[in-house]
Design a protein. Structure first.
Lengths: 482, 457
């Protein structure tokens, strides 16, 4: 952390001859009228992408995002502005714009002093994710992966693949004394193939990554495994029959199907919705909201995971938050503002897409803890139902609790056995109702491979999900078949 | 916030004047010159400056105020048939120098692509028509706050069942963008966009339902009425109370005009060059086919004054023009960028970056008449999730709306899915109402479609 702080100060303050003392003064000046909290979020991000299409690395791109976001808070009221150029004049103009929410005569500014940061150990010891491997190595690997996909099966007609990496430095200074920084790597590999047989076409996609360097991502043959996975899924779907329609038992596979928890539980437990009383989970701490088999946690401090952060975007150290314990609601995901208004501690879930966006309570890595059941036994217990192992995205209406997620690889279960693959179908249910219908939880907890993106109020952040194999006794499956 | 009485946004500060435009043009020219000096054989650059005001009032009190100003640039360089793109929010001269270097380095990492390159210069517009897209809103913070308060109050006043709120928001944005390429084409255009939105909660506890409404306009005088927006938000939330699923089955379905636009969105996705050359479209090789009943056409009108998706040239600097994608049911044109056109051996259609002001014609029926025509079936007013497979056209999404019996609304419906096949959906449109909202980027009335599968209780 100290090293990150030194690097951040060199990046953001030195070029403009700004000192921490000046920034403390600036923050103090923002505390006028009824404003009782202010913070500065400096960010410099560099992103690089190589995209292979039609056998060629035809698209190379690079981008820089650089700026500082300023926030003033008075109770439930927030003012916000940002500046792309970081210098004294730009900061002052943005501070005035953010502080325009001030009401009343009250203070005309207060003294702010930063606390010496003790420093949490970084969860991702990476010097520079982008520069860890030469660009030639990245493009050559993409070409080799394209060739691999085409040799795996003659029905593969199109391959798109990309390597995307981001390295960012953030620094948070706040009127509550917060002074900390983080250097965050994030890399991802994605592959999508189209297969064709007798005029029928299907697509399969796979990929993964995390807060590691390109060098680590490219180690071993994980990328090759993801290419095989994409081809396998596409070929499975070539033979898919119509998905069934109606209510039936649903068995969800381990790992990425944990998008169930993200939609059915996670969003509804974000502190802002619950402070406003607009979530189906509002005012229900201590109540049973899921079957006793369910313990759901959000954990931001797992090393190297895509959804992990050493500190959140308000400088709070991340950790493990138990949301539901043996079916009982224990607490919400909090940022500083909502924690303060609800009189609880922040949980390290204050996140923002960038300096140009306001932070709010967001998930990190959200998963259901392992249970006792054998996955094979869970499948055997179903007479007729759906076994879903891969999903596209999902979404939720947090007020009614209705949520959906859509399969991209699923099979019929008939008399306890997996039979025909079925076409993609949307599953719909109500959060607490579906959680209460979880009647079996496997011992095979897995987290996803590192591709998740979560959207809220127009802001995207990387997240992780996970779960063991589990059974929902009844859920609505939106196919077209009988 | 009593000390801020002037207009929150300023066209002057954004640089929408002679000096500001000249400075932006100069900057673009410098970047192109620098790229050329470093070995680029061709280049194009986009520069954009923005000002945004967004103010939200919740339960009568100010909740958030965002006043932001930003900028960014995007530069694409070509070295023969190799290319790369760089972008940045840091426009300092040092950052620009680094970016140009980086772009040329990256272009050398990419592979030769016979289809790469700028559009033929003769495809650029000869003159730039005035599309009337810039109308600043002289709104002070206090005025914005009063508008948002009035909008939320109008929503909550609809019924005593409406007690909680997600707030009402006033948003205003000004932008100034400059596009220039090494073939000598250059355009500088200011644009504005203003909106009013509200979302409220009906009922309490397990009965709670949320819904809202919003409008977006280029010009603040074109119907940003806080009372009308608020009332509609309140009515929509109230109407959802006590919704329940319907039994699984096949029914005729009306897609309300507010969600019917997504069906045209999937159509546009499938006729887009990228999906076609990747062979990832269910409308591959469909040019000339009858896809819709013969009384329907789907057109775009890029040059409509004050249109939300108006543009006189596309992302490739190709001039746009009004045209039909579907004429009397038949697919007449794909939506192609220059690159996609070259890949497919077709002329570009001025759709690099998408379509502009899409519209579908209707049958002159009111919504009430359309529900009469539906008879007994489902009227869908909300769709959820992403369950649309663009490669196969398989369609399965979450939905909510109303059960209709003999043309009359019987009860609200939720927790169901609606599924089918997009080719069948387009072919089975029985009627389109005249209730499409205007202006919208996609204008279409409520659509009655036969034979969709609903999964519910």
């Amino acid at each position: 952390m100290r090293e990150a702080l030194a690097a951040a100060e060199a990046r953001f303050l030195a070029p403009a001859n700004l000192t921490e003392g000046q920034l403390a003064t600036q923050l103090g000046a923002m505390l006028r009228g009824d404003i009782d909290f202010a913070d500065l979020y400096f960010q410099h991000a560099e992103q690089q992408a190589f995209v292979l299409e039609d056998g060629r690395v035809r698209d190379a791109s690079f981008s820089i995002d650089h700026g500082v976001g300023l926030r003033a808070v008075a109770g439930a009221k927030t003012g916000f502005a940002y500046a792309n150029g970081i210098d004294g004049a730009a900061l002052k103009a943005a501070a005035n714009a953010a502080s325009a929410i001030a009401d009343g005569r009250g203070a005309t500014g207060q003294a702010v002093a930063f606390t010496a940061s003790a420093g949490a150990p970084s969860l991702y010891a990476v010097e520079n994710a982008l520069a860890s491997v030469s660009d030639e190595t990245k493009t050559a690997r993409l070409r080799a992966l394209d060739a691999l996909a085409r040799t795996l099966d003659a029905r593969v007609s199109q391959v798109s693949a990309s390597l995307v990496g981001r390295q960012e430095t953030v620094m948070v200074l706040a009127s509550d004394g917060t002074r900390c920084a983080d250097e965050r790597p994030l890399v991802r590999f994605s592959v999508s193939v189209v297969v064709e047989k007798n005029g029928r076409r299907e697509r399969g996609s796979a990929g993964g990554g995390g807060r590691i360097s390109f060098a680590e991502l490219l180690e071993g043959d994980r990328l090759e495994d993801w290419v095989r996975e994409a081809v396998r899924i596409a070929l499975v779907n070539l033979d898919a029959v119509d998905a069934p329609a109606g209510s039936m038992p649903v068995v969800l596979g381990p790992g990425w199907p944990g998008v169930l928890l993200h939609e059915a539980v996670g969003h509804g437990l974000e502190g802002d919705f619950n402070r406003r009383g607009t979530s189906t989970f509002s005012n229900r701490v201590g109540e049973a909201v899921a079957s006793p088999l369910c313990t759901v946690v959000d954990q931001g401090n797992l090393p190297q995971r895509r959804g992990s952060l050493t500190i959140d975007d308000e400088g709070t150290a991340t950790g493990e938050t138990v949301l539901i314990e043996n079916g009982v609601l224990r607490g919400y995901l909090q940022d500083k503002t909502n924690a303060r208004l609800m009189n609880v501690a922040p949980t390290g879930n204050g996140r923002r897409e960038s300096y140009a966006h306001l932070p709010m309570p967001r998930m990190t890595n959200t998963f259901l803890r392992a249970g006792q059941d054998d996955p094979e036994d869970i499948l055997r217990s179903v007479q007729r139902g759906l076994y879903a192992v891969n999903f596209g995205g999902g979404s939720v209406d947090i007020t009614s609790g209705k949520f959906v997620f859509s399969t991209t690889e699923a099979y019929l279960i008939e008399e306890g056995r997996i039979t025909a693959p079925v076409k993609g179908a949307t599953l719909i249910g109500q959060g607490p109702e579906v959680m209460n219908r979880i009647t079996a939880v496997g011992h095979d907890l897995a987290l996803d491979s590192g591709v998740g993106v979560c959207g809220k109020d127009g802001q995207s952040v990387p997240v992780g999900v996970g779960q063991p194999t589990l059974k929902v006794s009844s859920m609505t499956v939106g196919g077209t078949g009988a | 916030m009593a000390d801020k009485q002037g207009a929150a946004l300023s066209a002057e500060r954004l640089g929408v004047n002679e000096a500001g435009r000249a400075a932006l043009a100069e900057r673009a020219a410098q970047l192109l010159a620098r790229a050329k000096a470093r070995g680029a054989t061709a280049a194009e650059v986009s520069l954009a400056k923005r000002q945004n005001l967004e103010l939200t009032v919740r339960q009568g009190a100010l909740e958030t105020l965002e006043q932001t100003e930003g900028q960014d640039l995007s530069l694409t360089v070509f070295r023969g048939q190799r290319s790369a793109t760089v972008s940045s929010s840091d426009l300092s001269p040092e950052a620009c120098e680094t970016l140009v270097e980086k772009a040329l380095f990256l272009a050398d990492q990419a592979e030769e692509d016979p289809h790469a390159g700028l559009a033929p210069p003769e495809l650029a517009p000869a003159v730039l028509p005035n599309l009337d897209l810039f109308h600043p809103w002289a709104l002070s913070l206090d005025e914005a706050r009063a508008l948002a308060s009035a909008c939320e109050a109008a929503a909550l006043a609809v019924s005593p069942e409406l007690r909680n709120s997600e707030g009402a928001t006033v948003a205003s944005a000004l932008g100034l963008s400059c596009y220039a390429n090494s073939q000598g084409f250059q355009a500088i255009e200011p644009r504005s966009r203003h909106g009013l939105y509200a979302a409220v909660i009906a009922g309490e506890g397990a009965r709670m339902q949320r819904d809202g409404w919003g409008v977006t306009r280029r010009c603040p005088d074109d119907g940003l009425d806080p009372q009308a927006v608020g009332r509609r938000a309140g009515e929509r939330a109230l109407a959802r109370l006590d919704a329940r699923p319907v039994p699984t089955g096949r029914y005729p379905v009306v897609f309300d005009s507010t969600v019917a636009s997504t069906l045209l969105g999937h159509f546009v996705g499938a006729i887009s060059g990228g999906a076609l050359y990747r062979r990832a479209s269910f409308l591959l090789d469909a040019l000339g086919e009858m896809l819709f009943p013969p009384r329907y056409s789907i057109t775009e009108d890029p040059l409509r004054p004050r249109g939300l998706a108006s543009a006189s040239f596309d992302d490739d600097a190709v001039a746009t023009a009004p045209k039909a994608f579907v004429a009397e049911g038949r697919l007449e044109s794909y939506a192609l960028s220059v690159y996609a056109g070259r890949r497919l051996g077709l002329a570009p259609t001025g759709n690099g970056g998408g379509v502009h002001n899409l519209a579908m014609n209707h049958d002159g029926l009111s919504r009430e008449a359309l529900l009469e025509e539906l008879g007994t079936g489902l009227w869908i007013t909300e769709l959820m999730g992403q369950g649309v497979n663009g490669v196969t056209g398989d369609y399965s999404r979450g939905a909510a709306g109303f059960w209709v019996e003999k043309g009359q609304i019987a009860y609200p419906v939720q927790e169901i899915t609606v599924a089918g096949q997009l080719r069948d959906i387009y072919r089975n449109i029985r009627a389109v109402a005249d209730d499409g909202e205007q202006p919208r980027a996609v204008e279409v009335g409520s659509m009655l479609i036969d034979g969709m599968t609903i999964a519910g209780a």
